[in-house]
Design a binder for this molecule. Structure first.
Ligand SMILES: [Cu+2]
Length: 228
């Protein structure tokens, strides 16, 4: 937890100069306030609770609040997932995850996807991509996070809802974004879960499209991460 407290302190300092413009620091602020009460304006209180969005194939997450990896480590800063094709797709690639002061940076490089498309991109509960339809990875990581999700994905702000992948005319997609709600193995951990690319766009009113690529998220040792 040591590193988390450092991040919380950083978050509070940044907030003093940037109050209210970076909701991603809410968690850090709340923690910092608990340790050192101040007269600063309080951040909006967000209640974490379980909920199911109609039309989403989300179910209650049995691993709520737990570190899915089953390890006791809480200081990992790098993780990665090798994406494997599922549902007879040709999708493949790699996704890497790096802890930054702004949140979890997600960098992806994918190919073999549908050209010129927006594809759903989510963390799913279990780090098990073994089944050919990737259903073995379980449901979306649907715990409600204060800064989770995106408007397009779900107004309910599920921790595992990420911005959609946008493919080019060759069916390739490359990019990065910061997921403020997630961590590798602290709050809303992703280690030991899976990341999935769906065959079509997010549409909260419909069942999610087939899972065309799946990667198990594994912590990288500090020495190994230097080569990333
Ligand atoms: Cu999904």
């Amino acid at each position: 937890m040591k590193r988390f407290f450092q991040m919380a302190t950083l978050g509070a300092a940044a907030l003093m100069t940037n109050l209210g413009t970076n909701l991603g620091l809410n968690m850090g602020l709340n923690l910092a306030q608990a340790q050192a009460p101040s007269t600063q304006q309080a951040a909006p209180t967000t209640t974490t609770q379980n909920a199911v969005t109609p039309g989403h194939d989300h179910v209650a997450d049995a691993t709520k609040g737990q570190t899915a990896s089953g390890t006791n480590k809480d200081d990992a800063t790098h993780a990665a997932a090798v994406m494997q094709p599922r549902n007879n797709s040709k999708a493949k690639g790699e996704v890497k995850f790096d802890e930054t002061p702004e949140g979890l940076k997600v960098t992806y490089k994918l190919q073999g996807l549908k050209p010129n498309a927006n594809l759903g991109f989510h963390i799913h509960d279990f780090g098990d991509c073994s089944s050919k339809d990737a259903k073995s990875a379980g449901s979306h990581y649907a715990e409600i996070a204060p800064t989770g999700g995106t408007a397009a994905d779900s107004p309910a702000k599920h921790a595992g809802d990420l911005p959609q992948v946008k493919t080019d005319s060759k069916g390739m997609a490359e990019g990065s974004f910061v997921a403020q709600q997630l961590s590798i193995d602290n709050e809303y951990p992703i280690a030991g879960r899976a990341i999935i690319v769906h065959g079509g766009p997010d549409d909260p009113s419909k069942k999610a499209p087939a899972r065309i690529a799946c990667g198990e998220i594994k912590i990288k040792a500090p020495a190994a991460s230097a080569s990333m």
